[in-house]
Design a protein around this ligand. Sequence first.
Ligand SMILES: *[C@@H]1O[C@H](CO)[C@@H](O)[C@H](O)[C@H]1NC(C)=O
Ligand SMILES: *[C@@H]1O[C@H](CO)[C@@H](O)[C@H](O)[C@H]1NC(C)=O
Ligand SMILES: *[C@@H]1O[C@H](CO)[C@@H](O)[C@H](O)[C@H]1NC(C)=O
Length: 304
Amino acid sequence: MPQPPAAALALPLLLLLLLLVVRTPPPTGARPPPGPDYLRRGWLRLLAEGEGCAPCRQEECAAPRGCLAGRVRDACGCCWECANLEGQLCDLDPSAHFYGRCGEQLECRLDAGGDLSRGEVPEPLCVCRSQRPLCGSDGRTYAQICRLQEAARARPDANLTVAHPGPCESAPQILLHPYDVWNVTGQDVIFGCEVFAYPMASIEWRKDGLDIQLPGDDPHISVQFRGGPQRFEVTGWLQIQAVRPSDEGTYRCLARNALGQVEAPASLTVLTPDQLNSTGIPQLSSLHLAPEEEAESEEGEDYY
Ligand SMILES: *[C@@H]1O[C@H](CO)[C@@H](O)[C@H](O)[C@H]1NC(C)=O
Ligand SMILES: *[C@@H]1O[C@H](CO)[C@@H](O)[C@H](O)[C@H]1NC(C)=O
Ligand SMILES: *[C@@H]1O[C@H](CO)[C@@H](O)[C@H](O)[C@H]1NC(C)=O
C-alpha cells in the first residue's frame, strides 16, 4: 500500500495541536495545571521540533515550578523543565523528547506489569532505581528514595532528609482496623486488622471480659496471621463461625513489638431471626437468611 502523503497527515495533526494549545490557558500561579501536563508538553515539543532548536536565550525561559521529581533540561538543552515522576511515561530512546525525561534516581523502563496476552502494549515508565526503604527525618518510612524526594519537594519547608536506610523503628501502627459488624445467628463473621511495624509486630485478638487470648479452646473461633500485604506489614483475622448471641461483645486487635503496643476495638452484634424480622427491613432478612448454608461451606475451609 502506498504511504499517504506527509501533508495529508500533517494538517490534522497541526489542527489537533492548535486545539491543545488554544485550549490551555497560560500558566498563572505556582501550581501546575491539573491533568497530565507532561503529555501536553510532549505535543508542544513535537510542534517545536519541526523548527529545530533556536539559539538558546535562557532569559526567555519560563521557570518551572512545583517540580516534584526535580528539573531537567529541555530537548534543546536550553530551558529547565519539570522531570517526569515515578510511574509517568517516558522515552526509552534518550534522544527522543516526546514524553520527557525521568527525574533524579529514576530510570525509563518498559513496564512489564501489563497483560501482554490480552494485547496490552508495555509502556515505558519512570521507575525508581532503588527499591530500598528509608527512614525520613520526619520519622516516616518511605518505600524508596524517589518517594522521599517527592515528599521533600512537595514540602520544602519541612527540610526532609534521610535519617537512615531501612524503615524507621517504631511502635506498630494499625493501617486497617477491624470494623463493627452485625449478623444473624448462624452466620460467620470475620474481623481483620492490618498492621505496619518495624521491627515486625505480633498480633493477638482478645474479647472484652474474657481473660484469654483468642481462640483459646473455643472450636468455633479461629485466628490467622500472614505477612503483608506490603513489606513490614502483618495482617490478622479473627473468624467466628455460626455466631451465637453469646458471641456479642467487643473484640480487640492488639499489635505489639519491642517499641510499643496499639490496639483497635470492634463490636459484634448478633441478631436472632426474630429480632431481624422486627427491624422491619424485609429485603435484609431475605438476603441474609437465604444463602446461609452455601456461605458456610465455602468460607469454612480457609480459616481452619
Ligand atoms: C528548615 O531549615 C531552615 C534553614 O535551616 C530553618 O529556618 C527552618 O526552621 C527549618 N524548618 C524546619 C521545619 O525544621
Ligand atoms: C452476614 O454473614 C454473611 C456470611 O457469613 C455475609 O455474607 C453477610 O454479608 C453478613 N451480613 C452483614 C450484615 O454483615
Ligand atoms: C417475619 O415476619 C413475618 C410477618 O411480619 C412472618 O410471616 C415471618 O414468618 C417472620 N419470619 C421470621 C423468621 O420470624
